[in-house]
Design a protein around this ligand. Structure first.
Ligand code: FAD
Length: 433
């Protein structure tokens, strides 16, 4: 959830909805997570706020869904070209937003180090295959050997035949700051944000969206975008739309971050110059504290770990959504990770990075994420209901894709050719059989 201290100051304030106020809009975006706010930011720039308002409604607070709990690692380690290209664009846009708008996303470029055991022949072949595609589309990443891995992450335990992939541009963002910034930019472009809007019922007449009834009144609009994360299937279910979506429980363990020892220099000739990263704001000094290692994606052991100097913690999670536990009851939101997960995360990390052996547990995070059968989101029009759109099932990859999804949805709704993503790649029609 976005803390009050981060509450944005924009031209039009967010309002707590209390009484019945009928509202008309060109586009109604439901859900104030990473997706909803990113879409609002892009859609708002296409419409006149007086003639064709864009409205975002959220039943709780911005970031109160899974976005607010995410570790929000930003990397470009994708095997599918379409996704890798979107992740590349996200990294660029995040840097651009920070350097051009003067607003922080809490972006910290710690580098991202992927590791594959040399004995994992299939994993090594995949790393090489992916790297070839990634560099061909302009992603600045390179293969590293065991010696280089040890230089990048001093103290790491790897065999001499371990193979790695390093991208210097990657790191993480602060989800609270990012969502706050997306929402400020949306409102600066004329969008309205209304919080605490509960009891959504979408009204469809003759196969077309007419608007949405809520406890705060009726929002009349021909276009509704559902960016409602794990709750999307139940909203669509009420309209008779069934999708192959399920919800899993995602967890992270937080250990105290060790102090950085002097990392050896690495070849940063691929990174671009530091002037590209110059921002108009003074970064939070805590964000600049050196980290003991880059983001670690242990591809053979299915673990990710990243240091957050602004919280003094290292967050550890599982890679690969398939390993997560399915959830059916969305009412009792989890607050902490299971004991079993915490033990696995600590042991697996300490095996790789013994510096964590004596680090105390600082807490844990758990929430839900909507996933699809092929771990690829469903984005676009809802078949059979004109004016209804959905953006769901990101399977834990939202912050990498959100900027392209926002741009592409804005193109789709306003009738422009969709160039920011491939609509067929994300279409629900791929599950038709
Ligand atoms: C522990 C953890 C770690 C993660 N790490 C990463 C990571 O490193 N990188 C990454 O990219 N992703 C990560 N994710 C995944 C990512 O956070 C989520 O999948 C993503 O944020 C979902 O974004 P969203 O906007 O689609 O949904 P949400 O953030 O869940 O937002 C949906 C919003 O819709 C609102 N809503 C729902 N129903 C209604 C309704 N009827 N009316 C009004 N509002 C409604 C909810 O209140 C919520 O605010 C992680 C997730 C977790 C839990």
């Amino acid at each position: 959830m976005i803390p009050d201290a981060d509450a944005p100051e924009a031209n039009a304030p967010e309002t707590e909805a209390s009484e019945e106020i009928p509202m008309k809009g060109k586009v109604l975006i439901v859900g104030g997570g990473a997706m909803g706010t990113c879409i609002a930011m892009q859609v708002a720039s296409r419409y006149d706020p007086l003639e064709e308002p864009v409205i975002l409604i959220e039943r709780d607070q911005l970031g109160s869904g899974s976005s607010g709990r995410a570790g929000a690692i930003v990397h470009q380690t994708y095997s599918e070209r379409a996704l890798a290209g979107m992740a590349r664009d996200a990294v660029r846009l995040y840097h651009h937003i920070q350097s051009s708008t003067g607003r922080s996303l809490g972006l910290r470029r710690t580098g991202v180090l992927g590791i594959v055991s040399g004995s994992d022949k299939e994993g090594v072949a995949k790393l090489d295959h992916d790297l070839e595609m990634q560099t061909a589309i302009g992603i600045k990443a390179r293969r590293v050997n065991a010696d280089e891995i040890r230089k990048l992450a001093p103290g790491i335990e790897v065999n001499d035949n371990t193979v790695g992939r390093f991208e210097a541009e990657g790191g993480y963002i602060d989800p609270a700051k990012a969502i706050s910034t997306f929402s400020v930019l949306a409102r600066a472009r004329g969008a309205t944000t209304r919080l605490g809007v509960k009891d959504l019922e979408i009204e469809v007449v003759d196969g077309k969206v007419r608007g949405a009834h809520t406890a705060s009144g009726f929002f009349e609009t021909p276009n509704v975008v559902l960016a409602t994360g794990s709750w999307t299937a139940s909203i669509l279910g009420k309209l008779g739309v069934e999708l192959p979506l399920s919800v899993v429980r995602t967890e992270e363990l937080c250990l105290q971050m060790p102090e950085a020892t002097q990392a050896e220099e690495y070849d940063d000739s691929l990174e671009g110059t530091s002037s590209e990263l110059e921002t108009r704001f003074r970064p939070d000094p805590l964000e600049l504290v050196p980290v003991p290692h880059p983001v670690i994606l242990d591809l053979s052991r299915g673990l990710h770990a990243h240091c957050e100097p602004h919280t003094g913690q290292t967050r550890i999670g599982r890679l690969g959504i398939d390993a997560f536990q399915g959830v059916t009851d969305l009412k009792n939101l989890p607050k902490v990770a299971s004991e079993e997960f915490q033990t696995w995360a600590r042991n697996t990390l300490c095996d790789r990075l013994p510096m964590y052996k004596d680090m105390p547990v600082m807490g844990s995070v758990a929430h839900y994420t909507a996933v699809t059968k092929d771990n690829r989101p469903i984005v676009g029009r809802v078949k059979g209901i004109e004016g209804l759109y959905m953006v769901v099932g990101f399977s834990g990859s939202d912050f990498h894709l959100a900027p392209s999804i926002g741009e592409g949805m804005a193109q789709m709704i306003s009738g422009e050719p969709v160039t920011a993503f491939d609509p067929d790649f994300f279409s629900a029609e791929r599950f038709a059989d």
